[in-house]
Design a protein around this ligand. Sequence first.
Ligand code: GLU
Length: 311
Amino acid sequence: MENSNVHIKGRFAPSPTGRMHAGNIFSALVAWLVAKSQGGTMVLRVEDLDRERSKPQFIDAVQRDFETLGLTWDEGPYFQHNRDEAYQAAFDSLVERGLVYPCFCTRADLHAASAPHHGEKLVYAGTCRALSAEQRAEKAAVRKPAMRLVVPDETIAIDDLIQGRFEQNLAHDCGDFLIRRSDEAFAYQLAVVVDDGEQGVNSVVRGMDLLCSSPQQRYLQGLLGLPYAQYAHVPLVVGERDRRLSKRDHDAALDSLLERFKTPEAIVGHIAGITGLAPTCDPATPEELLQTFSLGGLREKLPDLVQIQWR
Ligand code: GLU
């Protein structure tokens, strides 16, 4: 096995913005299976960076959801809300190298502290990159800037365990990206990389919608001298008309799932069955699924690498 000498550490990284739904459960289950099948451990990190969207009641709920499903963690929970010092240190080291500039554009910083899920990716045109010191001072007098990281005209390739090779040219496909919002909250990309690095996470398994963030994260890992993680992006579980499930989509949220399926094992087994992780939809615990799980065969088992219909 590729990483036979390395201790594999995976993570659950829920944003406490709602109860878990079938899609979150599927990625968490695969994350757990990928780590455990390699003798690894799991970290729980509550991604409450976006203070407006994170709700205290979900911080407890999300932990109970994992427990209910038998998705155990070995370390944590860690939280992002008290990690500003670490994010600041990383931010400062980028500033010192002249890689950061203030951006006064209004629109794009809105999503910076949230994970930019599929379809939300904006390529920044570099508008504020070449402002003079005078122009910056003038603009700063009326508006607090967000901060962007300069990216090179460089193609970054990720060898994803499920999706295969994924390449992105940072300058063309992404543009200079936000590492701090105008309200001084650190952006998702920076926080996640600093946390994964410091918490020793080297196996990142999450939804396909975050595949396009991986090159940015790998680039940041390089700049900050952090080890590269192994990525696996699982297909999204979608509802009717290919709409991706959301935490607001109550049909597939954990409390409604419990109503429909009655037991956590029935939920886990159903999700494993429809996604190809198991040959049937029979009730199963994560531990039971681990007995037959093979990392090598994962890609072949999934019926579709991009999206799987919820039913
Ligand atoms: N907290 C993010 C979410 O719940 C996941 C971020 C990640 O896995 O990198 O969407």
